[in-house]
Design a protein around this ligand. Structure first.
Ligand code: DGL
Length: 274
């Protein structure tokens, strides 16, 4: 089983980890379009084109399924790509439905500008009872870049971003659920949990996507997720900064206990939280 996983950068590795819990021995091709990141501030047509190029690349590599590990690319490109695809295309949507089902109060959604302004989110909110009243969607330009850059103080930078730009929404809305609608933000999930405190649960769409991937591949409900494998077969590819990004990606996966086989480098550098 070969699965292509795509994002504008490193964020989609959080989705890859979720897939590894269900399909630990599949062969993964991870492609990060670093040359064009961030997608969230770009024209949707351009994002559609770059996503289609990544998709073609995966098809040429003989994948059995394509995972758009990027809410922004899903919003801009999933529907047209699915029209004629010979393989399943799984896309990430902000986990609003889950948050609305579980929580009874307001929900704060954080996503890229393109996702927040996209027709896909509007349609999603219209389809769900009460969603338009209960969900506040906030665009977070610049947050993806903090995560992606991996400077030594990236977590401190993210905390300042939270305090200055997101905390005012949190204080005003008093949400019961916080939805991380960008795979880059998932790498800050533990920090978000600390920032929002015990009265607000944090949601993302990665586990739902992984279970959906299983259903599309095997036609049955996914089993309970297993532990992460110690070694995973992942081919890491990036459209720019290849060596640096491969090192960062390997180190991120290693920080979760997953060593990459065939990553194009000998040993991952130890991960530092900064
Ligand atoms: N990681 C992506 C997402 O889930 C996009 C970040 C970006 O390129 O702006 O939306």
């Amino acid at each position: 089983m070969r699965i292509g996983v795509f994002d504008s950068g490193l964020g989609g590795l959080s989705t890859l980890l979720a897939c590894l819990r269900y399909l630990p021995s599949a062969e993964y091709r991870f492609f990060g379009d670093v040359a064009h990141a961030p997608y969230g501030d770009k024209d949707p047509q351009a994002v559609r084109r770059w996503t289609a190029e990544a998709y073609e690349r995966f098809l040429a590599a003989g994948v059995d399924a394509v995972v758009l590990a990027c809410n922004t690319a899903t919003s801009a490109a999933a529907a047209p790509l699915r029209e004629q695809s010979p393989v399943p295309i799984l896309g990430l949507e902000p986990a609003i439905k889950k948050a609305l089902d579980v929580e009874s109060g307001p929900i704060l959604l954080l996503a890229t500008t393109l996702t927040v302004r996209g027709d896909k989110l509007r349609a999603l909110l219209q389809r769900m009872d009460g969603a338009q009243q209960r969900v506040r969607a906030v665009a977070c330009p610049g947050l993806m870049e903090i995560v992606e850059a991996q400077t030594t103080d990236w977590r401190a930078q993210a905390e300042s971003y939270w305090r200055e730009r997101l905390l005012p929404h949190f204080v005003e809305l008093r949400p019961k659920g916080l939805v991380l609608g960008c795979t880059h933000y998932c790498w800050l999930e533990d920090a978000f949990r600390d920032w929002v405190g015990p009265g607000c649960r944090v949601y993302d769409g990665n586990d739902g996507l992984a279970r959906h991937l299983w259903r599309r591949l095997y036609g049955t409900e996914a089993p309970a997720p297993g532990a992460l494998p110690q070694v995973a077969r992942v081919q890491l590819e990036f459209s720019a900064q290849r060596e640096e990004k491969t090192q960062q990606a390997s180190a991120w996966l290693a920080s979760r206990g997953v060593l990459v086989e065939r990553a194009g480098m000998a040993r991952p550098r130890p991960f530092t939280r900064g």
